[in-house]
Design a protein around this ligand. Structure first.
Ligand code: GRF
Length: 316
């Protein structure tokens, strides 16, 4: 198993960093921590990381333009060979350029049940609102503060007499459970057939009158009562691949695709010239593109009756 290489960014105590770091010590953990970086040279977490043999880096942000500071952090992270960034109490708003560079590969932990209570003082706000639960969220980082897609959450009961501090303490315990697990799930999902099949399923079933059956052990998508337009091949004859099979125009297109990227495209055994295999497990799948492939394949098998109906609908 190739492990994901995580750079953690911290500003303070770094208890979440410690949780990630100790989770990563387990041999089955799908990630390793390769760098702990901070905007604060005195961050407690840096000392622990160094004592645990992890490379550390501190670059104070004072007197530096945000973009310049972010670029310095980015360079070090890239230089360390990170595949992902985990923010763990990193108290800096990141520039759009930095966020863009790590889009889809940067996670954060936030001490509230998002979308509730973005920003600071989350525990007091939950108590003041009379909520029964606080909690924490792990989310992907986007340009908007604490706004990216939520990957996982854990609720924490608010007790009578809780103060922001006592609640924060218990939420931290929850964070320490949640963050390592969600990060592990996230970095593994590109090679998790169940997750890959689900991505195809959502896009295939969005096609008009689509249905799903199992054919030769493969999830297979068709138009109800008509032909099949997509199969997902999972470890077919032990080939270890997860791939989408869709309709194409014929041998010429098949050869052209394979020629353009022979790691990704292949001729699926037993399917002939009218189909192409597209690997889904290479870690860089463009899911919008997969959606387009499915729509095209659907169109190739859709009965005239159905496409005509759609043309008519399109006119209104
Ligand atoms: C955590 O509460 C986290 O949710 C927030 O910052 C805090 C960091 O704490 N983003 P620590 O430094 O990991 O102890």
């Amino acid at each position: 198993m190739t492990k994901a290489r995580i750079a953690i960014l911290i500003s303070g105590t770094g208890t979440n960093m410690a949780a990630l770091l100790y989770a990563a010590k387990h041999p089955s953990c799908p990630y390793e921590i390769i760098l702990v970086a901070s905007n604060n040279s005195d961050a407690e977490g840096l000392k622990l990381a160094a004592a645990e043999g992890i490379a550390t880096f501190a670059q104070p942000h004072q007197h530096l333009d945000r973009a310049v500071h972010d670029a310095m952090m980015h360079d070090r992270i890239v230089h360390a060979g990170a595949t992902h960034v985990a923010l763990a109490g990193y108290m800096r708003i990141l520039s759009e350029a930095f966020v863009q560079k790590w889009e889809g590969r940067m996670l954060n932990v936030h001490p509230s049940l998002l979308p509730k209570y973005k920003g600071l003082h989350t525990h007091q706000r939950a108590i003041d609102a009379g909520d029964s639960h606080g909690g924490c969220s792990v989310h992907l980082v986007t340009a908007e503060l604490d706004d990216g897609p939520v990957l996982g959450q854990m609720q924490v009961a608010i007790l009578p007499g809780d103060t922001a501090d006592t609640l924060a303490e218990r939420v931290k315990l929850a964070e320490h459970q949640l963050y390592p697990r969600i990060l592990a799930e996230y970095v593994s999902r590109d090679s998790d057939p169940a997750w890959l099949v689900q991505q195809v399923r959502e896009r295939a079933m969005a096609q008009p009158e689509a249905d799903e059956v199992t054919s030769h052990g493969m999830p297979c998508f068709g138009i109800t009562g008509a032909k099949k337009f997509a199969y997902v091949s999972v470890d077919h004859h032990g080939d270890g691949k997860t791939a989408l099979l869709v309709k194409i125009s014929g041998a010429e297109e098949q050869a052209m695709l394979i020629d353009s990227d022979e790691d990704r495209y292949y001729r699926p055994a037993y399917f002939g010239d009218g189909w192409i295999g597209i690997r889904l497990d290479l870690g860089d799948t463009d899911w919008d593109h997969i959606g387009e492939w499915l729509a095209k394949s659907w169109l190739a098998v859709a009965p005239k009756k159905l496409t005509k109906l759609m043309d008519v609908a399109g006119e209104f």
